[in-house]
Write a protein that binds this ligand. Structure first.
Ligand SMILES: NC(=O)C1=CN([C@@H]2O[C@H](COP(=O)(O)OP(=O)(O)OC[C@H]3O[C@@H](n4cnc5c(N)ncnc54)[C@H](O)[C@@H]3O)[C@@H](O)[C@H]2O)C=CC1
Ligand SMILES: Nc1nc(O)c(N)c(N[C@@H]2O[C@H](COP(=O)(O)O)[C@@H](O)[C@H]2O)n1
Length: 266
């Protein structure tokens, strides 16, 4: 049994201006009905933990604990402010993640919807996959897996997913190319997702950072370690500069929050 996460007091004031806008009240003022257009994309927070040499893990497919307990609590706090949490297929395969918030006191309505980008549906999920156990235990929401085409008839993983209320979402790929981020985010908006926390891995982060205009907040934990050559590296194609930057020391880690100012040379 792991030690319960405890949120350091400095985290809430530090993150407050980087969070998605609060959802409008469910009972709007009848005298002032809202006439807002549905947003074309959700609020996007890009977040991950990195080593000093900008690696997310020591090698492809190897889960690597970087965050200390304090910055891990920050990540789990951040999860409660988002409608969805998104990862790439390689992270799902490598980490078997829970993709929920395990901060004590988190209610089911505060849990984010796990989204896995898996165009070729290579995630071998089973009833024992952690995210599905988390869902069955009432500690998180069932995942939505984005795939490029319907799977073969009789694929047992579909039943396993649907049993807990999860689903496959088919998003076609043009000429076998990766989905553009505008397309991914538009689909999320269509599915009612108003905010998404993109957690990685590196291919996801590097892809999204090409489109800094689609990112609202960036929250990066830096852990005091070099992972050396062979790590899974976040290094976008172009230069990415930030504005409104704040730093917070949490235990042995330091966390940067900011907004993308400019992406050059992509
Ligand atoms: N330290 C941290 O905060 C984190 C660490 N990780 C680590 O990162 C590693 C995995 O990272 P990567 O190998 O870079 O893989 P990844 O997790 O970014 O997954 C890449 C895969 O996701 C799918 N994908 C991503 N973007 C797509 C797009 N635009 N269109 C269609 N499909 C798309 C594709 O199947 C692609 O092969 C693991 O070792 C994991 O432990 C992952 C997340 C956070
Ligand atoms: N914030 C953070 N720090 C680390 O050291 C990490 N390795 C990660 N990984 C990400 O968190 C997911 C695991 O989540 P659960 O705790 O299982 O819910 C993993 O999939 C990565 O996205 N993050």
């Amino acid at each position: 049994m792991s030690t319960p996460l405890e949120l350091p007091a400095s985290v809430s004031p530090f993150l407050s201006t980087y969070l998605p806008p609060a959802s409008p009240s469910s009972s709007p003022d009848p005298l002032e009905p809202e006439e807002t257009e549905p947003a074309s994309r959700p609020f996007v927070t890009l977040t991950y933990a990195t080593s000093l040499d900008s690696h997310l893990s020591i090698a492809p497919g190897v889960q690597t604990a970087l965050s200390g307990p304090e910055s891990k609590a920050l990540t789990h706090h951040l999860r409660t402010f988002h409608d969805a949490i998104l990862i790439g297929a390689s992270t799902a395969v490598a980490d078997d993640p829970g993709l929920n918030s395990r901060l004590p006191g988190t209610t089911l309505s505060q849990q984010p919807r796990p989204i896995i980008l898996d165009p070729t549906f290579r995630w071998q999920l089973t009833r024992e996959s952690r995210v599905l156990r988390t869902t069955r235990d009432g500690q998180g929401l069932a995942p939505w897996v984005f795939v490029a085409k319907e799977p073969e008839a009789g694929d047992v993983r579909v039943g396993v997913l649907e049993e807990v209320g999860g689903q496959l979402v088919v998003l076609e790929q043009e000429d076998g190319k990766e989905w553009g981020w505008e397309k991914i985010l538009a689909k999320l908006a269509e599915l009612g997702i108003k905010s998404v926390m993109v957690e990685g891995g590196a291919r996801v982060a590097n892809g999204l950072l090409k489109r800094g205009d689609l990112v609202d907040s960036v929250v990066v934990t830096v852990a005091p370690v070099y992972l050396g050559k062979g790590g899974v590296n976040v290094s976008p194609e172009g230069v990415v500069r930030f504005r409104d930057v704040a730093w917070c020391t949490l235990g042995r880690d330091v966390v940067m929050a900011g907004r993308v100012e400019l992406v050059e040379g992509v």
